[in-house]
Design a protein around this ligand. Sequence first.
Ligand code: NAD
Ligand code: UDP
Length: 328
Amino acid sequence: MERVLITGAAGFLGSHLCDKFLKEGFEVIGMDNFLTGSPKNIRHLINHPHFTFIEHDVTKFIDIQGSLNYILHFASPASPIDYLRIPIQTLKVGSLGIHKVLGLAKAKKARVLIASTSEVYGDPLTHPQTEEYFGNVNPIGPRGVYDEAKRFQEAMTMAYHNFHNISTRIVRIFNTYGPRMRLNDGRVIPAFMGQILRGEDLTVFGDGSQTRSFCYVDDQINGIFKLLFSDYHLPVNIGNPEEISILDFAKEIIRLTNGQSKIIFKDLPVNDPLQRCPDISKAQRILGWTPKVDRIEGMRQTFEYFKSLSHEELYQTDYKNFEAFIKK
Ligand code: NAD
Ligand code: UDP
């Protein structure tokens, strides 16, 4: 049986990756320090005969007994209000963390896939974003801690690939959503859905003309799986190219959920990218991958998940972080 280590396993994407690899017949070792993830996301796997969980901070030396065939490095805060709250940990996991992961890969002769992000393109000056675009990032802005950590992570991965001959894969993930996102993580889908469920107004930042393109988690996981087993080592965008403005998106969510909420406007956070949409022609050509789940269907599934949360979870939103993020 092939063995795979998944860092960030108790997070949103990491937990879905654990499910996928177990389903495909791998032995899975999940690793997480619960910085932004939750034991709840992997509770259903704890008694699985091929799943082991190790609570560990990946910025520290990683010790794995036995062989390892693959490592998927997904540990990192991922939401803007998270990396505003924990900027140093965000920088450390993208720098010290990737160093430990690549060192482990070298020792075990394992293939590594790293979770990079559309944020490496910053507030992009070309549209849609192809993998060849170098980006427009403000290193000292509030998003710099995340964007630069991820850019460093890519550079380190390429260096290990070129210098140590490690087999590496780099996925640039564009906004992905679905069940197991944290309702209070501040990202737009949990934020809007939580507001609907609490009967609050939807907070659109700026005038809502900024755009995003939302990819359902099942599509994202399939893309990542295909990339890992491809023979392509340069970065690949995985996301859904259907673009929508945040204002139209807020209206769509109200319609879809029969919500009674109104829309209110708040300041646009500093360096909030104005337009974001992946060019996925490389993924289509090289991986034969294309997203299948349409936004309305994906949103329905996600809303069902948020509806199933307890009253306590629904009211856990940390408004102090939220306001701090908007004001910066
Ligand atoms: P998440 O916050 O749900 O998951 C991240 C996980 O990493 C958490 O469980 C957290 O506890 C863990 N973690 C953080 N620091 C750690 C450390 N030092 N040691 C061990 N574990 C640590 O976020 P997510 O949305 O699942 O994102 C997962 C990965 O995908 C991240 O690397 C993120 O940058 C990347 N990504 C996600 C998206 C998206 O839309 N979801 C977009 C682009 C990139
Ligand atoms: N956003 C918003 N209201 C919210 C939360 C987010 O208008 O309550 C906007 C945010 O300013 C950004 C977009 O929604 O333009 C997507 O934000 P998210 O944090 O989900 O991810 P990003 O793509 O910015 O990393």
